[in-house]
Design a protein around this ligand. Structure first.
Ligand SMILES: Cc1cc2nc3c(=O)[nH]c(=O)nc-3n(C[C@H](O)[C@H](O)[C@H](O)COP(=O)(O)OP(=O)(O)OC[C@H]3O[C@@H](n4cnc5c(N)ncnc54)[C@H](O)[C@@H]3O)c2cc1C
Length: 489
């Protein structure tokens, strides 16, 4: 926001330019704006800079980058940088896209024109061990946060993959470890410091700007402000993390779906069930020569080792062990081991087309998808589908933009080995999106391409929540300083 002194100074410059009859107005204003850029201590990269393309490409973590080119990229180093950047962008008519660690598959931090405001260097964590809370900055990665809070006896439903940054993850919901018990991560945001479009820094909490707290709990990649810090509620570290894993042949899909349904109905919240379809075994062969199978993981988060083992009982006593061609049961894991060795992570930078649904019929949805996959496999053998059974997000979702639409989650990821794969992947995805439509109860904003499927971002929310988000956007960013969702103006 202009200070009064600045405003008077600028008005005086404009009046004197007009008085002398010299058409200096744009020059005076442009100079003032350029001067304002000098206040920014962080890195500024303009489109004309020789290393622009390197910077632009590095903003998106994936190998394949979209053809979208911001005019200015600012990597902020301080709170003041963010405020100055927002003021500069607003007064220069540049729309802002904010970035944390660049993992969002829609790659929406890259837009044509405007400013990309990079908050990846904000990685601070301030723990209040007694209260079980922490202020965290948007550039901190999931595993780094866990490692910092764990010695204090605390944990958090951070992303399943350690390198994913909390900035975008939290604002889009957050499906983290032990999510059935701890719920969607954004519901544990209890405060935030935000820079708004008018350049003001405000605190959002249940006491002040509660509407903004509601919005950042799940609005997804289209928020009308920049979050400087989130305040999180933490959870006691589970002392018994136990994992059992089973490989099940594709021919047994129908049976497996039934068994997973039974396990899910009998399991406690502290048991996470993930079923992944992909070419993972035998791991010593190249992906194209591996079998297309199910890899089912059951991970318990017990209060003790014995409790963790006990939580796995519905799996142990089911038909799953007898159906599997390979298995490893009751492995006791440390938190770092939980993050290590996820086969789906190895090729994740190659992800191109991605989609997801919330469903109440995971068996039907997965059977449909797996049949299609076998009939017309996607180009890359490293593509895979993931399902999380019985996440059961809290249906009482009034305190968050994140919206409950179904108990089970299914997402699928198409890899590109080369640029030529990208377009065919999108076409394959288009058909699978259609095929799975009957099973979709809603979508998760962190793993969709809202530009290609604009109806999916709407279906992340109820009509009422979608309207409320639009009203809040109008209230806090009436001039549209911040970009909305990709593909939405
Ligand atoms: C390998 C991999 C594993 C994943 N695993 C999981 C998982 O287990 N669970 C899960 O839920 N998701 C997972 N995801 C998806 C992930 O949650 C989203 O991609 C998320 O958006 C990534 O956050 P980011 O900060 O890296 O994204 P960015 O691309 O940097 O940001 C995404 C969007 O968030 C907003 N944003 C970012 N920073 C700020 C800020 N400071 N202020 C305001 N808005 C901001 C912007 O709108 C931005 O476009 C995974 C992704 C990958 C690539």
């Amino acid at each position: 926001m202009f200070t009064r002194r600045r405003f008077i100074g600028r008005a005086t410059a404009l009046i004197s330019a007009a008085w002398t009859g010299i058409a200096h107005t744009p020059v005076v204003v442009a100079q003032e704006l350029r001067d304002r850029l000098k206040q920014i201590g962080g890195r500024i990269i303009q489109r004309a800079d020789t290393n622009y393309e390197l910077w632009r490409a590095s903003m998106v973590w994936y190998i394949f980058k979209p053809d979208r080119y911001p005019d200015t990229i600012i990597r902020a180093e301080s709170e003041q940088d963010v405020i100055e950047s927002v003021n500069y962008a607003r007064d220069s008519g540049l729309r802002i896209a904010t970035r944390a660690t660049g993992h969002n598959p829609a790659r929406g931090c890259l837009r044509d024109g405007g400013m990309l405001l990079d908050t990846s260097h904000f990685m601070g964590v301030e723990i209040d061990a007694k209260a079980g809370t922490a202020w965290i900055e948007p550039g901190i990665r999931s595993q780094d946060l866990i490692e910092l809070i764990r010695p204090h006896g605390w944990s958090f439903p951070a992303a399943h993959t350690g390198i994913v940054g909390l900035g975008g993850y939290l604002i889009g919901g957050g499906l983290g470890w032990n999510m059935s018990e701890w719920d969607i991560a954004c519901r544990s945001i209890i405060g935030a410091e935000i820079v708004l479009a008018d350049g003001r820094k405000i605190v959002a909490s249940t006491e002040e700007h509660a509407d903004l707290l509601w919005a950042i709990r799940g609005i997804g990649p289209g928020f009308f402000g920049t979050v400087l810090r989130y305040k999180l509620k933490l959870f006691p570290v589970p002392r018994g993390i136990i994992k059992s894993k089973y490989i099940v042949p594709m021919e047994r899909t129908a049976e497996l779906m039934e068994v997973l349904g039974e396990i899910t109905a009998n399991k406690k919240k502290q048991l996470e069930i993930l079923a992944v379809a992909g070419r993972f075994v035998p791991p010593d062969k190249p992906p194209a020569e591996r079998d297309f199978t199910w890899a089912v993981s059951a991970i318990s988060f017990g209060r003790s080792e014995a409790d963790g083992i006990e939580l796995l009982e519905p799996v142990r006593s089911s038909k799953l062990p007898s159906m599997s061609s390979m298995q490893k049961e009751d492995a006791v894991l440390t938190y770092p081991e939980l993050y290590a060795g996820q086969e789906t992570d190895h090729s994740s930078p190659n992800r191109t087309a991605i989609h997801n649904i919330w469903t109440d019929d995971p068996g039907g949805a997965l059977t449909t998808l797996a049949e299609r996959w076998q009939k017309t496999p996607p180009r890359s053998p490293r593509s895979f589908a993931l399902s999380a059974w019985g996440i059961n997000p809290s249906p009482d979702d009034t305190d968050s933009a994140f919206t409950y639409t179904g108990d089970h989650y299914l997402s699928w990821y198409l890899m590109a080995e080369q640029a030529d794969d990208v377009e065919p992947n999108f076409r394959w995805m288009d058909e699978s999106v259609q095929a799975l439509r009957p099973y979709a109860r809603g979508h998760y904003p962190n793993e969709i391409n809202m530009q290609r499927y604009p109806d999916t971002i709407r279906a992340c929310f109820t009509e009422e929540k979608w309207r409320r988000l639009a009203e809040l956007r109008k209230k806090y960013d009436p001039r549209g300083v911040f970009h909305s969702y990709l593909g939405f103006s």
